[in-house]
Design a binder for this molecule. Structure first.
Ligand SMILES: Nc1nc2c([nH]c(=O)n2[C@H]2C[C@H](O)[C@@H](COP(=O)(O)OP(=O)(O)OP(=O)(O)O)O2)c(=O)[nH]1
Length: 132
């Protein structure tokens, strides 16, 4: 049976913009855009996992705010359950360690990127929340 992977993603807001990150050209979903984050490890809450992942990947500290949604998506390699949260930066500027690029986009621009399929419900929710 296909494995199920629980993943968390951070929609980091700063000055009205959302941080979007491009996956590297190696590994799964190459070159697609995502919310930085990763797999929840045993014994961690979703929020703890997100703080850890952002510290590791972007080398900055966040506070995790409201949950946006959880979306279940079937890829050819696994079922991904992706839970996204609004977050704010407390310290540091995002560094590129695993991603090929990061961009700050306003919510009305974010649909222009080529997102990982599991992210589309969260992208829509962010777009709708800030769309007037
Ligand atoms: N971090 C993150 N992962 C996402 C998002 N959307 C989405 O489909 N994923 C997928 C990609 C990965 O298969 C998995 C997250 O694992 P990970 O962040 O540890 O990524 P990884 O590249 O190290 O994983 P992998 O190559 O071992 O599959 O969830 C997202 O917005 N953020």
């Amino acid at each position: 049976m296909k494995k199920r992977i629980d993943v968390v993603g951070a929609a980091i807001l700063r000055d009205g913009k959302v941080l979007c990150a491009q996956r590297g050209s190696q590994g799964s979903l190459p070159g697609l855009w995502e919310f930085p984050g990763g797999k929840i490890e045993p014994g961690e809450t979703a929020r703890e996992a997100l703080v850890r992942e952002i510290d590791e990947e972007l080398q900055c500290t966040i506070v995790v705010g409201n949950e946006i949604n959880t979306a279940l998506h079937e890829y050819d390699f696994a079922f991904i359950s992706l839970t996204t949260f609004f977050c704010e930066l407390v310290e540091g500027d995002p560094s590129l360690t695993e991603h090929d690029a990061v961009v700050w986009l306003s919510p009305h621009e974010i649909k222009s990127l080529n997102w990982a399929p599991a992210d589309l419900p969260a992208v829509d929710a962010i777009y709708e929340k800030f769309h007037s």
